[in-house]
Design a protein around this ligand. Structure first.
Ligand code: TRP
Length: 436
């Protein structure tokens, strides 16, 4: 079975070297593994929670998309899209909002941190807290559950949100699944091996510490200047260096092969000066980053190309999301209003029968067998793909008549040529009910 891996990137800020090593590079590598189907998206609705500056939102989405593409994301393999291009996400958010206990949200770390800070400052507990911040985990659960992701690679701070998504998925399954697992329950995946990269001052590289090394910003010079500012101890050239606790070495090792690492450590222990070591680090980084930077600059000069890639990704994502959301809507009772036969006297039953959708079987000139379900106006509700065997087509019609929506999952349906899944399900339910 292929496993579905999904992760979102909140589009605030400009990617730095730490983001590249900690998130972008491992995600792209993982997406190339056989047997996985990856969904990566720009979480721009999440960005709105933290940022009310439209220019920054716009810029960050563009920079982050360009960075992932420049870093080698294969958008034929991976479904790469913007959250805000998927209207099914906010729709599902609402369905989940209606089953999510408020108490669960009260316990979310981000919300608790905000209320704790308010309390400590003697303010109203909810001062400055928007509903977006409060219900952030519900939007995130919708992102994940909409695509039935099995695995969600995230940082430690996000693990609680994945557990909440499981919780909501479970509740929804229980309330509306009628014994069926509508949602796959996702599990968080924390990349233990990926070291967090230290910043210029040796603390974790983070924009909030103002200690980042830029990835593409500022070009080759920006990178070189940042490396020059990495803090080292005051040992002079010729003195042996301690390689176990130096930010410079950790950054080096994140980009070096085992042989390069060993040589760098040995040379430092033998007295290589920090200045020269920095030059070697710059060369190592440039070797890997320069080709990506070139692609990045090219993409940033052509935002319309990025737009096209994202639109293509959104269409791919919606081929999954649209039929699934129709199923979820039907599950909660938001169904098309079709004539459903009542227990009726014989004459009325006869009339109702005439109002029922009808299965048709036929054979095309190429010899293949088809079936379809049409409503009383002649609209096609379901259209099968071509089948080599006429008995197989007949068998499916029989199963769909008796098992209704339950048989739909396996049936050879050409959804592109069919109507809304929810309408087909309602029609099948009506047919099954009429037979009882
Ligand atoms: N909240 C995540 C973060 O800040 C980003 C995100 C949004 C996400 N939706 C997601 C991550 C769904 C994984 C799955 O890092």
């Amino acid at each position: 079975m292929t496993e579905r891996v999904l992760t979102g990137i909140t589009t605030t800020g400009t990617p730095h070297l730490g983001n590249y090593v900690g998130a972008i590079r491992p995600a792209i590598a993982a997406s190339r593994e056989p047997g996985v189907e990856s969904f990566f998206f720009l979480a721009d609705y999440h960005a709105l929670i933290k940022c009310d500056d439209p220019a920054r939102i716009e810029r960050s989405r563009l920079e982050i998309a360009a960075t992932w593409l420049a870093a080698g994301l294969d958008t034929e393999r991976v479904t790469f899209y913007r959250q805000s291009d998927i209207p099914e996400t906010p729709e599902l958010t609402w369905l989940l909002t209606c089953v999510c206990p408020k108490g669960l949200m009260n316990r979310a770390h981000a919300y608790k941190a905000a209320t704790d800070a308010n309390t400590a400052a003697g303010e109203d507990v909810d001062a400055g807290v928007t509903m977006g911040l409060f219900s952030y985990p519900i939007l995130m659960a919708a992102d994940i559950l909409l695509f039935n992701a099995h695995r969600v690679p995230v940082g430690r701070d996000q693990v609680q949100h994945i557990e909440m998504a499981r919780d909501m998925g479970q509740r929804f399954n229980h309330l509306f699944g009628q014994g069926r697992e509508l949602f796959v329950l996702p599990r968080a995946e924390i990349e233990e091996e990926v070291a967090t990269l230290p910043g210029l001052d040796g603390r974790k590289m983070s924009k909030s510490y103002d200690n980042t090394i830029p990835l593409f910003e500022g070009g080759a010079k920006g990178l070189k200047d940042a490396v020059a500012r990495i803090v080292t101890d005051s040992r002079l050239p010729g003195e042996p260096k301690d390689t176990t606790d130096a930010a410079l070495v950790t950054v080096h090792d994140a980009f070096a092969s085992p042989a390069e690492r060993a040589a760098f450590h040995a040379d430092l222990q033998a007295g290589l000066g920090w200045g020269e070591a920095k030059q070697r680090l710059v060369n190592l980084l440039e070797g890997q980053i320069a080709p990506m930077r070139e692609r990045y600059v090219e993409l940033m000069a052509h935002p319309e190309r990025i737009e096209e890639v994202l639109q293509h990704g959104a269409a791919k994502a919606r081929r999954v999301a649209t039929p699934f959301l129709a199923e979820l809507r039907a599950a909660v009772g938001l169904r098309p209003m079709l004539a459903v036969p009542r227990a009726a006297p014989a004459a009325a039953a006869q009339a109702d029968k005439a109002a029922l959708p009808l299965f048709k079987q036929y054979r095309e000139a190429d010899g293949r067998f088809f079936f379809k379900l049409v409503d009383t106006h002649g609209h096609t509700l379901l259209q099968s793909v071509g089948l080599a065997d006429g008995r197989e087509a007949g068998g499916w019609v029989k199963r769909l008549k008796t098992e209704a929506a339950a048989a739909l999952a396996d049936a050879p349906i050409d959804w592109a040529a069919s109507g809304e899944r929810a309408a087909a399900e309602a029609a099948l339910a009506a047919l099954a009910a009429a037979q009882d």
